[in-house]
Design a protein around this ligand. Sequence first.
Ligand code: COA
Length: 136
Amino acid sequence: MTLADHPSLITFWKANYFVNEMDTKNQFKLFLDKNPDLSIVMETDGRIIGTALGSYDGRRGYIQKVVTAKEYRKRGIGKMLVLEVIRRLRAVGVLYIPLAEDKHLVAFYIECGFKKTEQVAMNMSWSTYTYTPDTA
Ligand SMILES: CC(C)(COP(=O)(O)OP(=O)(O)OC[C@H]1O[C@@H](n2cnc3c(N)ncnc32)[C@H](O)[C@@H]1OP(=O)(O)O)[C@@H](O)C(=O)NCCC(=O)NCCS
């Protein structure tokens, strides 16, 4: 995903999800500059059919705007997008991806490998290190 995709992304997100103040061109540029090569756009015949934004704050990884075109849903595209962003997040060192709980999406994210936890609604973690103040 690059800045040049922005106009088509806005059209795509409006038609298939939503846009808000975080989707302005300036915000989008800032996001991509801070998180190079972590977001993906899927196209067929030059037309966007899927997106997923990945980001990393140096501690946690995040996945946002996972969107499949309405007419392409339930074909495995959303899962493919999520798994590719996870692969990229792992490659830059992310160990932990928290998700906000949305009861409509729990089944989808469980299909993608996330688990429900006590600490946050759902997460995926590769870390075996457990922090305790006594040992840190
Ligand atoms: C959520 C979304 C991205 C799923 O995309 P998709 O391409 O249809 O998902 P997939 O086909 O890869 O689904 C993978 C699995 O998750 C499950 N799943 C997908 N959407 C689901 C839903 N809405 N409810 C329950 N389960 C769902 C399916 O069981 C599927 O498994 P299956 O192959 O055994 O049927 C799509 O519905 C969408 O764009 N929604 C609007 C945007 C949104 O809410 N995004 C998430 C927050 S950023």
